[in-house]
Every structure is written in C-alpha cells, then in structure tokens.
Design a protein around this ligand. Structure first.
Ligand SMILES: Nc1ncnc2c1ncn2[C@@H]1O[C@H](COP(=O)(O)OP(=O)(O)O)[C@@H](O)[C@H]1O
Ligand SMILES: [Mg+2]
Length: 520
C-alpha cells in the first residue's frame, strides 16, 4: 500500500511522530519526525519493529506489549504512556494507536501517533512538589503562629519535613551550653534518646552546630555517628542548622530509607526552614527566661509587701501599747495640773498659759498618733469590714478638703480572705490619696460590688484627670510608683486593675479580684 505523496508531505509538517503500520505489522509510512529521531532515510518494506528499533519481534516493555493486534481486533483506539531511560534522564512518550480502514483496499491499518510529553510531565511534577512544599510550609507556619509549647511546634515541623523529603527517621536537637539534646524525634528509640547528649563538634549534629552549615551523606556515613543510634536501614541523611540571627540554636536531623541525594531545591527549603525554627527556639528561650524573671519578681514583691504589712502592724501595736498610752497619761497629768493650779488659785498668767500650751500639744500629739495608727493598721477593716473601712478612710481624708464622698455597696456583702481585703483596702488608700493630692475634684464616688466569684472596686473622681498613657514607668521622683504598685498588688492576688482618665474628664480606677472558692 502506498500513501498519497501530498498526504505524506502533510504528515511531515507534524512535529509529533506519526507511523502507519499494516495489519501484518509492515511499516507503511513514517513521517519526517520519526525518520529524524531514528536516523532512517528510507523505510523499505520491513516490519515496524525491525525498521524503527532493530528488534527481532514486536515491541514490549516490562509492563506493556505492542497493542496493535488488540487495536485491530477491537477496532478501538488505545493510548499508553511509555517511559524510557534512567531515573535521571527519563523520557515520557504518549502513544496513541488508532485503527483505520483503507478505503481503496478495504484492509485495516493502524496509525501510531507518538508525542514526547517529558516536559509536560516534568512541569506537572514540579508543580505538584511546589504545592506539597507550600502545604508543608503552611502547616508548619500555622503551628508556629498558634500558641503552642515549643516541643509541639517542633514536632509538627519535624513530621512535615519527614513527609516532604520522604524521610523515615529524624529529630530536632537544641543547643544547651556546649551540648545538643534531642527535643523531639520520630523513629528513634525513645527510651535511649532522652539521655543522649552530643557535644558541639561531635557526630553529625555536633559538626553542623559547629560549622553552621548543612551536612548530608549516605547511610554508611550516618552509621558512624551517635545521632541515628546506629539504626539499620538508613540510606541517606541530611542535617540542617537551626539559626537565630547568626547563632546556631539547634539542629534538625532527617534520614531516609531510600538511597537518594538531596537536591538544591530541597536544601534551600530546609535551610530556610532552619531559620524559621531557629527563631522559634530562640523566642521560646526568651519567653522562658522572661517568665522565670517575672516569677522571681512576683515572689520578691509578695515577700516585700507581706514584710511591709507585718512591720506596719508591729509599729501600730507599739504606738498603741506604748506611745499612745504614754501620751494619754501625759495629757491626763497635764489636765490634772491645770485643774490643780485653778483650785489652788495660782494666778501667774504666764505659767498658766505655758501649762495650757503643753496640754494642747499633748492632745495634738495624741490625735496624730491615732491618725498614724489608722493609716498603718486599719482596725476598722478587721472589725467592721471593707466597705466601712474604705468609706471611713475616704471621708476622713477627702471631706476636710471639701470633696464630697459617696459610697455604694452592692451584691452579696461578705467578708473576704484577709489577703484580698488588705489588698483592696491598700489600693483604695492609694487611689483616695491621689484624689486628694492630684485631682482637684469636687466629688469622689466609690463602688464595692460583691459577685459570686469576684469582687469589684471602682473609685472615681470628677477632677482634672491625667494622660494615663504618659505614665509608663516609675520616675526617679517616685511619680508613678503609686499606680504601678496598685497594679502589681492586684496581680499578686490574681486580679486586674484598670485606670481610665483623660485630662479634664476625671479619673476612674477599676479593680477586679477573683474570690477563691472553698477549695481554692
Ligand atoms: N485621681 C487623679 N487625678 C489626677 N491625676 C492623677 C490622679 N491619680 C493619679 N494622677 C496622676 O498620675 C501620677 C502618678 O500617680 P502615682 O503613681 O500615685 O504617683 P504620685 O502620686 O506619687 O505622683 C500623678 O503624679 C498624677 O499626675
Ligand atoms: Mg500617688
């Protein structure tokens, strides 16, 4: 059978390879693309497998054989994707066999169209792997940004990296002084790995930490180092430094059971991830240190405040038992002297005046001591409770300066643990002191509300107010210490203190303190 020269010329224009084979497998036609590829000028009369490939019999691969007969029998088109070559240089060809009836001879032929789809496949592979990388990165970054413990974040990162590089074993080690310790791992013997310490400079991770450079190698090389615990079946590994700025804070070890190398792209991705995770580790370290410092500070403050309360109590008692008693006796003696002078008819005016002055001083000193005692140790608080004590203190302090005081009590009024009562009382003292000193207010309002699980204290004035944002620290003069101490005091009993104020708009101090339950 011959093909029309015009049609043959048309076929030559097609870039894909096109072959027409008879039902006896004789090659009828091959277009220019085929001839060029297989280096033939004339196709002659041979079988297709002979002419094109120099084979003895019909083509077959490990998983396929030439479907020519099947196509002719079924009169149906067939498509196969064939791959040839090594893993490194693989070529993919899409082949379509179409049965056609020759209108002149009534015999059947098969048109075989071969298209090289290697580039498409490669593009598809790259796209898929990019998508996978993105998914992995997004999973890791969402773990990083959610409030999780460091180990949880590292475990998510490790598992995703293992999935990405098709790894079977791995772990993340963190630098502790001059050593590295596994924080999380997968596929390593859990019981032994906890106690493993790798010195900087030793093993795989130790060298990576020392040089701040990734390291990769074969299973044979991994076996000599403690990192993978001489695990059987490792064929390749990669170890990446985890960097925070220019410091190594950890190392990620990943090993695979496949004989493989890690490409430039994977290396780049893992190195970038190393910077990510390094920052996360550093951040966790900083947070840990900060939390410890905060704990220490709170313990110290608690200690100082307790000591202060005790000292105040002691001084108040001493004032009451000793000083106050002595002044009372002095006052009484002076009073007796005055009366005696009167009854004995002593007329020395200067003497009488001096005696009276001494008596007045004694009364004054007595009143001052009582005030001081109240300031130091609010006996009213112990005897009559929070609201009465605060109300009394506010009225005594503010009313003489012409500031009106109103006090309201709400909710289920009850006694609170003394630690909470004294905290709220001292805060009220501070806030009332500020109203007196700074507010220029006409009125102060106090609200004490008892809720089932917390207690609210609000102290408000209609004075000149201030810019709260500007008080950010304790000034050398001590300005700010009052507000700062209020907040810290409340946080020691687990509560919160909020101050609202604006120049010209008065000031509002709001305190919320949880009341521990019967078991708390
Ligand atoms: N009720 C208030 N009215 C107006 N200004 C206030 C009031 N309370 C606090 N302030 C302002 O906040 C500053 C800080 O208060 P505080 O920490 O108690 O320190 P101090 O009272 O020693 O100045 C005060 O100096 C004052 O300017
Ligand atoms: Mg103050």
């Amino acid at each position: 059978m011959k093909v029309n020269p015009l049609i043959e010329a048309l076929f030559d224009v097609i870039e894909d390879e096109l072959v027409i084979v008879g039902d006896d497998r004789r090659l009828i036609m091959a277009n220019k693309a085929v001839k060029q590829r297989y280096g033939i000028s004339e196709i002659g009369e041979g079988f297709c497998y002979q002419v094109l490939f120099g084979f003895e019999g019909p083509c077959r691969g490990p998983f396929w054989s030439c479907p020519l007969e099947e196509v002719l029998e079924a009169r149906r088109e067939k498509m196969l994707l064939l791959s040839e070559g090594s893993n490194v240089k693989r070529r993919y060809t899409k082949v379509v066999w179409t049965p056609l009836q020759d209108p002149w001879s009534d015999s059947w032929v098969v048109v075989e169209l071969r298209r090289d789809v290697t580039a498409e496949r490669e593009l598809e592979r790259v796209l898929l792997s990019r998508r996978h990388q993105l998914q992995v990165l997004s999973r890791i970054s969402s773990a990083i940004s959610s409030p999780k413990e460091l180990d949880q974040v590292l475990q998510v990162a490790l598992d995703n990296v293992l999935e990405l590089v098709n790894g079977s074993v791995g772990g993340i080690l963190v630098v502790e002084g001059r050593e590295l310790r596994y924080r999380v791992h997968r596929g390593l013997p859990a019981s032994d790995i906890g106690s493993l310490r790798i010195s900087i400079g030793d093993g795989i991770a130790g060298r990576v930490a020392e040089n701040a450079k990734p390291l990769m190698g074969t299973g044979e090389e991994a076996r000599f180092h403690p990192d993978f615990w001489a695990l059987e079946g490792i064929e390749a590994f990669i170890s990446i430094p985890l960097m925070a700025r220019d410091r190594v804070v950890g190392v990620m070890n990943v090993a695979s059971a496949e004989k493989r190398t890690f490409g430039e792209e994977e290396l780049f991705l893992l190195t970038t991830l190393g910077y990510f995770l390094g920052t996360v580790i550093e951040q966790a370290h900083l947070n840990e240190r900060l939390a410890k410092a905060r704990e220490r500070y709170q313990a110290l403050l608690q200690h100082a405040l307790t000591a202060q309360e005790q000292e105040r109590k002691r001084i108040a008692r001493e004032l009451h038992d000793e000083t106050s008693q002595a002044i009372t006796s002095l006052t009484l003696s002076l009073q007796a002297l005055l009366e005696m002078a009167k009854s004995r008819g002593i007329g020395d005016a200067e003497f009488l005046e001096r005696l009276y002055k001494a008596y007045s001083y004694a009364v004054y000193a007595g009143n001052e001591v009582v005030k001081l005692m109240k300031e130091l140790r609010p006996t009213l608080l112990d005897e009559l409770g929070l609201a009465t004590a605060i109300n009394h203190y506010a009225k005594e302090t503010l009313q003489p300066q012409g500031i009106k005081v109103t006090m309201e009590q709400k909710g289920q009024v009850r006694r609170l643990p003394s630690e909470i009562e004294i905290t709220l009382y001292r805060i009220a003292q501070g806030a009332i002191g500020n109203i007196l000193e700074h507010s220029k207010a006409k009125e102060a309002r106090i609200l004490l509300e008892f809720l089932p699980e917390e207690c609210l204290l609000i102290i408000e004035d209609d004075g000149q107010g201030f810019d709260v944002k500007k008080i950010t620290r304790v000034e050398p003069s001590g300005r700010g210490a009052g507000l700062f101490t209020m907040k810290e005091r409340v946080s020691l009993v687990g509560g919160s203190c909020h101050i609202e104020s604006q120049p010209g708009r008065g000031t509002k101090v709001m305190v919320r303190v949880p009341i521990p339950g019967k078991d708390g």
